[in-house]
Design a protein around this ligand. Structure first.
Ligand SMILES: [Zn+2]
Ligand SMILES: [Zn+2]
Length: 256
């Protein structure tokens, strides 16, 4: 009797799922083509996406066209000239034309379901960093930007990664203590100057950061100026180390 009831429930569940698939067939997050399962890319879009794997800079994670570009130290020219404040940075994919199609709608079009595509790839690229981290912290948005955008995309990614890796996520550990101009068209030096002293750790969150290995999360890394400024604030508050994991990384054209 019970078995028959269970069977009936299961076939009803299957029927509902089949009906939902007809009404809302799972779609590729980039091109909208049909896929097998929600949160996947179609085969064509997957092939065109520049997922980052070795070789890359051992420190900042910028991808290399060939391993020889890093030399014996496996460092990019930027890190060789001046080591970043953070320990290691890793990124899931290149922020090229295809990468922008995955990340920009998350930023500007409320396409929060894109986290289902980005987060597993971030967990892959940052497996070592996630494994070593004690606590996960997102880069904060400025208050007026949060108001316009209604959510912080870095916090969405950080929370999802915290769930996967079973790590505490302190969403509001960092705060912007002064507004920064948009970094869009600025050079690396201008970016660094613009974001220096722009962040601090909220006094009420200091205890959650002190003597802990922090993994900082952002959607896009360009020059690394924002990551450096946040890492500086976290280290000043007593963090043992700060690594960085981002969804997408702007490639260095010298290293392709
Ligand atoms: Zn597609
Ligand atoms: Zn580097």
């Amino acid at each position: 009797m019970l078995a028959r009831h269970q069977q009936a429930t299961e076939s009803a569940t299957r029927a509902v799922r089949a009906l939902l698939d007809v009404l809302l067939p799972p779609r590729c997050a980039i091109c909208g083509g049909e896929v097998d399962c929600q949160g996947l890319l179609c085969a064509d879009c997957f092939r065109q996406t520049g997922f980052i794997s070795e070789p890359f800079c051992a420190r900042c994670g910028v991808p290399f066209g060939s391993a020889a570009l890093g030399g014996v130290e496996r460092l990019c020219p930027t890190c060789r000239a001046e080591l970043p404040v953070f320990g290691r940075a890793r990124a899931a994919l290149r922020y090229d034309a295809q990468g922008r199609r995955l990340v920009l709608p998350l930023k500007h079009a409320d396409r929060t379901e894109l986290t289902a595509v980005l987060v597993p790839q971030m967990a892959r690229a940052g497996a070592e960093l996630l494994g070593e981290a004690d606590v996960i912290v997102p880069v904060p948005l400025h208050r007026w930007r949060l108001f316009h955008r209604r959510y912080n995309q870095a916090a969405l990614l950080a929370k999802a990664l915290g769930r996967i890796a079973k790590r505490q996520c302190v969403v509001d550990a960092l705060r912007r203590i002064r507004a920064t101009a948009s970094l869009g068209e600025k050079s690396a030096t201008e970016r660094a100057a613009e974001v220096a002293q722009a962040f601090d750790v909220r006094p009420s969150r200091e205890r959650m950061i002190q003597q802990r290995k922090v993994l900082l999360i952002d959607d896009v890394m360009t020059s690394g100026a924002t990551a450096n400024a946040c890492a500086g604030a976290l280290l000043a508050a007593g963090a043992t180390s700060v690594d960085v994991l981002v969804a997408a990384r702007v490639p260095d054209p010298r290293l392709n």
